[in-house]
Design a protein around this ligand. Structure first.
Ligand code: FFO
Ligand code: ATP
Length: 191
């Protein structure tokens, strides 16, 4: 394993503990972050497609944000792991739509219709101000953003508790940067 991969592995345990603490300490954060995300996407064209995620463990829940975007006419979708080492695919979703259990214990929409997102709201364990994120180590968002960016314009927005910020996430050449990060207390424009 490379030194950076080993650094990431160590950083994940600490980041998970920090996120758990932020989650327990910040009731109302999802609503506050939803307001900020709504404002950050004020220019979103009607009919644009936004990928969220179905929160698990102590992730900041994007559901209130997605409800606002749907009310403004956005089409919504959720990430699905098809296989290790492959980009995510995105299934259509609406607030309250039926879900089923996918791999890694993450829920996925039951509706198998796939969409291509214009905006990707990404979950994470930790982030830094330059827009680098630490996930669970599958490289799914890195591969997915690389493919979406190669095919056209996409905005990648990290969604996390302010307490998940670190000085610098360990970096590998394949890491895809976020364009923005929204927390309950701040909108960070990266880069
Ligand atoms: N809510 C949510 N949905 C998501 C993601 C996410 O991070 N959050 N994903 C983001 O990619 C994808 C799912 N990817 C995942 C990848 C790994 C693990 C996970 O639990 N990994 C184990 C280690 C497993 C192993 O090494 O084999 C772990 O963290 O303990 C979870 C989700 C798509 N959907
Ligand atoms: N675009 C890519 N092409 C090939 N390999 C990649 C690409 N992106 C990432 N990888 C591989 O995936 C591995 C895991 O990536 P990383 O540790 O950054 O995942 P992560 O961002 O924590 O996870 P996730 O994106 O699933 O939340 C990297 O070490 C790299 O080997």
């Amino acid at each position: 394993m490379s030194a950076v991969k080993a650094d990431k592995r160590v950083a994940r345990d600490a980041a998970a503990a920090r996120r758990d603490a932020a989650h327990a300490a910040a009731p109302g954060a999802a609503e506050a972050a939803a307001e900020r995300l709504d404002a950050a996407l004020a220019d979103l064209p009607p009919g644009a497609t936004v990928s969220g995620y179905l929160a698990f463990r102590s992730e900041l829940d994007p559901a209130p944000a997605l409800t606002r975007l749907a009310a403004r006419g956005a089409a919504l979708c959720m990430p699905v792991v098809e296989a290790k080492g492959r980009p995510l695919v995105f299934r259509r979703w609406r607030p309250g739509a039926l879900t089923t259990m996918g791999v890694f214990g993450v829920e996925i929409p039951a509706d198998e219709t796939t969409l291509t997102p214009d905006v990707v709201i990404a979950p994470m364990l930790a982030f830094d101000r330059a827009g680098f994120r630490l996930g669970y180590g599958g490289g799914f968002y890195d591969r997915t953003l690389a493919a979406l960016r190669a095919a056209g314009a996409v905005r990648a927005i990290g969604f996390a508790y302010a307490g998940q910020e670190v000085a610098a996430v360990p970096r590998e050449p394949t890491d895809a940067r976020l364009d923005m990060i929204v927390t309950e207390s701040e909108l960070i424009r990266c880069g």
